[in-house]
Every structure is written in C-alpha cells, then in structure tokens.
Design a protein around this ligand. Sequence first.
Ligand code: ZN
Length: 215
Amino acid sequence: MNPIDQLTQLFERFPGIGPRQARRFVQFLLVERAGYRNELAEHIRLLASQTSQCGRCYRWFAKDSRSAGADKKCSICSSTSRDAGILFIVEKDADIESVERSGFKGLYFVLGGTIPLAADEPEKHIRLIELLARLESDASSPYGGRTSVSLTEVILGLSATTEGDHTRQILQEKIFPIAAGLSFKLSSLGRGLSTGSELEYADPDTIASALSSRN
Ligand SMILES: [Zn+2]
C-alpha cells in the first residue's frame, strides 16, 4: 500500500472520522511544511514516552519531567486537598475534564467504556474487577494509608444513553450488595442529565446541578 492510502487508513480509525475526512487530513499534511509534519510525528511519539496511566484512577496524564518517569499516580489522586471520601465513576478520561469544570473536589475512577447491551461478560468491557477491588480497599482501610478519610460515597456518572443506563444497572447490581457492608452510599447522576447526553459534552452548570440533586 502506498503511504497516502496507508496514512488515510490510520486516520480512519480515529473516533468519528470517515474515509473522506481521513483523506482530507492526508491532503493537508501533503501541502504543509515539513517542519509541521515532523513536529506532529514527534509529539505522537512523545505520547508513548512522556505519559503514564494512573494506577489509582486509570486516567492518562503527562509525566512530570522532573520526576524522571517515577509517577504512578496522577495529580488528582496524589493531591492532599481532594475529598478522598467521594469517588466519582466515569466512562472515559474526557469526562473527568468536564466534571472538574463543575467544581467537584472528590476523586475519580475511569471505567474505560460502557457495557454493550448484549454482552455476556461485562468485566471484559469495563474495569469492573479493578473497580470492586478499589471500593473494597478504600472503604475498609483509610485511603491508601495516606489520610484518615475512608470512602463514604460512590457516584455513578454514566452517560444518559442506552448503554450508559445498562452499564449503570449492572454496576448497581454489583456494588449495592457490598455498599452496605462497607458502609458507603451509592448515588447516581442519571436524572440530572438530559436523555442522550454524554458527560463529556455536558456544561459545568448542568453537571453541578446534577451533582447537587443526585439520588
Ligand atoms: Zn489518578
């Protein structure tokens, strides 16, 4: 395959990008100066070497260049000014940015997707096992031994879509039985978001009001 077709195919894998848009990206790169293409290629390479996935919340973050790649936790999880008693569960990294803009000050957990309606094994589509282990450890021992705060509330921040609703139901079925024993409350944003809306695209005021009216 020639380099034009090959790059077009790579762009087609981007979310929401079809063959025509992918072709336009390649055409754009063909006429751009070489310096721009090199910079783009270099930054794509740096994504691998200068980012890390947080071992607590699983979001991707830029490593601190001063700490020589030793970071295991992101800035939110390692902050001492956050409320470690509240855990906000989101589908993807981009949701965290939206929730942050609403002024939320607790911690997060990224599921890494939603559960398709026909899925037989939900744990293959989201980080269900990791989530249950996290809830267990946060609720039974003080948060990572770092503060005396233990888990008091878990908020399910799933999208108001069919798959989001389905995922929320499964999570509720899995979490409810352990919530009482570990004495934390389970709440959901569901009703605060309008039908079909994704957390990523919700404005900060909508998220803030959904948070204050959670059930
Ligand atoms: Zn984190």
